[in-house]
Each structure stands twice: as C-alpha cells, then as structure tokens.
Design a protein around this ligand. Structure first.
Ligand SMILES: Nc1ncnc2c1ncn2[C@@H]1O[C@H](COP(=O)(O)OP(=O)(O)OP(=O)(O)O)[C@@H](O)[C@H]1O
Length: 326
C-alpha cells in the first residue's frame, strides 16, 4: 500500500484541569491515506476535535503534554516548533470550522478573505488575478451572483452561504490535508444535505486528503472512503467505510450504529442512547475503555488495554473478543 499522508502513532494529549490531569487522547493509532476522505465519528467528548487540533497545531494552552508521533508526509508534527507549524497551516494543512463566523472577520468583505488566502498561497499574484480566481471559486461552491457576494460582509450572508465561503477559502489554499470539524452541524437539515453534496462533488478539486468530523454516520457513509470510530480518546475501530459501517466488529461501533438507525426510525422522537456514561478523562484507563458499558465484556477485558488488530476487509478493531461476537 502507498505510504499514507499521515501516520499517527501512540498519540497522547493531556490537559491540566481543576480536578487533576485529564487524558484527552489516550494513545491514538491511525493513518490518513493520500487523496482519501476519512470520517471521524464518536459521541461528544470522544476526542475528535482534540485530534484535529493536534493535526493543525492548535491545541489549547492547558494541554501541554503531547507525546507520540504524527508523521505528516514524513515530518513529525509532535514537538514541531510553532513557526514551522504556522508555515504548514494555511499552506499544506487547512481547517473548516463548525461555525464559520469564528473564522471570518466581520470587518472584511468576502473578497478580502479570499484574496488574502490566495496571496498567502501565491504572494506574486496581482489583486485582479486573485479576484478573478476567487470569483470563479465562488461559482464552483454554488454561490449565485458572485460579483455581489464578493463585496458583501460575512453577516450579510446566510449560514449555509458562509460555510460555502469557508469551503471556497479552503479549496483555494489547495492543502494536502483539509480538516472539516462538523462543518454542517450549525445548519438546518436541507442546507446540511446541500453542503455534503457540494463536498462530495468537489472531491476532484481536492487532490489532498480530508478529515471529516461528524456525529452523523449517514453523512460519513455518503462522503467518506474510510472511517475511524473514536471512544474515550482512543480509536476503537477503523477501516474502509463500507466494511466498518455494514459489518462493524467493535461493540461500540455496533452500539453507535444502532442509535443512529433508531434516530432515523423516529425523526423528532426521543433519541436512543448507549446506556452508561462516557468515560471521564480524569479517570485512568485500566483495560478496555468501553468495558464498563459493553454487554460482551469479560474479566479479561478489564485486565489490559486492547490494541487495534486486523479484523478482515481492511478493518482494525480494538476488542479482544471480536472473533467470538455473533
Ligand atoms: N483544553 C481542555 N482542557 C480540559 N479538558 C479538555 C480540553 N479540551 C478537551 N477536553 C476534554 O477532552 C474530551 C474530548 O473533547 P473533544 O472536544 O476533543 O471531543 P469531541 O469528540 O470533539 O466532542 P464534540 O463532538 O462534543 O465536539 C472531553 O471530555 C473534553 O471535555
């Protein structure tokens, strides 16, 4: 297999909190293939955004202890000095956030945002050439009347349109790695579907890899090639999206899929949730982190932390019992 764009090995991230040291990422092992879209799924608090923060070098100030390895095209990002990371950011690694307003400056027009990105990428570009490229990109992301929109300020656009602008900015950067952290969560269902369709249609515009973070397994199935299921700061199952979502091996993946099927059956109804609590990052992990909520857990599951093991069809699952499960 070709060398992955990103290879993450035993990545750990800790934070100092009032209740003691919190283990936010507890030893992540994961690969992001070149030109592939990886979906990151898991309940709230499983560590998806923290993993993205490590990939783009924007971990919060209290999360000092980071260890392990993130090989990005051969270069280890763990311990990389902030100037070198800033150079990668916006050139080779870009991010689309959940709320575009946090990333757009209310004082600048859409045109200024897009031209800034282009000049960052290509300092020799004239303003006229940059504006022409920016306008063409607005058309590609489905913004009607781009000449007017380019002169507009962020608050003059709808939420869906602002997210399209964010996607345009990310595409203009031509990053090798694009991180999209729940880019559709703040939008209503119709606009969400349109944005996911847009991302799927724009695949060929992105030669690099994409990490798509979502709570919604249906969207991941629609858009992604691969998926990594996160739980309590670990990856419990990963592999090609079809294999993992149609025949999951890890009991947590199965529980997550069962919840989503229930949600689809009862729109607007009460959501089924997995019984038990999400693990507390301050509590040390002994054994499998899902064992306290797992219907299949045995004493052996609590004795040691299970590693990700090959589970057929390109999947890997961190469960000592997956072969025995029905
Ligand atoms: N800077 C921090 N200090 C202390 N705890 C943190 C910090 N950042 C994250 N956490 C904790 O780490 C865990 C993982 O958080 P993270 O935001 O990465 O999860 P997530 O899967 O992205 O959740 P969501 O889907 O809600 O965005 C949570 O328990 C969170 O409270």
């Amino acid at each position: 297999m070709a060398e992955p764009l990103v290879a993450i090995r035993n990545l750990k991230l800790e934070a100092g909190t009032a209740r003691g040291r919190a283990a936010i990422l507890r030893g992540i092992d994961l690969e992001i293939g070149r030109g592939r879209i990886l979906g990151l799924v898991g309940e709230s608090g499983s560590g998806k955004s923290s993993l993205a923060a490590c990939l783009i070098g924007l971990t919060p100030a209290n999360t000092s202890a980071i260890s392990g390895e993130i090989r990005f095209d051969g270069q280890n990002l763990v311990g990389l000095d902030p100037t070198a990371f800033a150079h990668l950011r916006g050139r080779r690694i870009a991010m689309i956030f959940q709320d575009p307003m946090t990333a757009l400056n209310p004082l600048f027009t859409i045109g200024t945002h897009l031209v800034d990105v282009l000049r960052h990428r290509d300092p020799g570009l004239t303003r006229a050439a940059a504006l022409a490229e920016a306008t063409a990109m607005l058309v590609k992301v489905g913004i009607a009347d781009p000449q007017t929109r380019i002169a507009a300020y962020p608050h003059q656009l709808s939420g869906g349109m602002r997210q399209r602008v964010m996607i345009a900015m990310a595409l203009l950067m031509r990053p090798d790695l694009l991180l999209a952290d729940e880019p559709t969560t703040a939008l209503d269902a119709t606009v969400e579907a349109q944005i996911v369709e847009l991302l799927a249609a724009l695949r060929r515009e992105v030669s690099g890899s994409i990490v798509f973070i979502s709570h919604h397994l249906g969207l991941v199935a629609q858009l992604c090639d691969d998926v990594a299921v996160m739980y309590g700061g670990t990856v419990v199952e990963t592999g090609p999206v079809d294999a993992v979502l149609t025949d999951p091996r890890h009991p947590y993946t199965r529980a997550l899929i069962a919840c989503e099927i229930d949600e689809d059956d009862a729109p607007g109804g009460r959501l089924k949730s997995i019984p038990g609590e999400v693990p507390d990052p301050v509590t040390p992990m002994t054994g499998c982190i899902f064992a306290p909520r797992c219907a299949h857990a045995l004493e052996a599951c609590r004795a040691g932390v299970p590693e990700l093991r090959a589970a057929g069809d390109g999947r890997r699952a961190a469960c000592i019992r997956f072969e025995e499960l029905p």
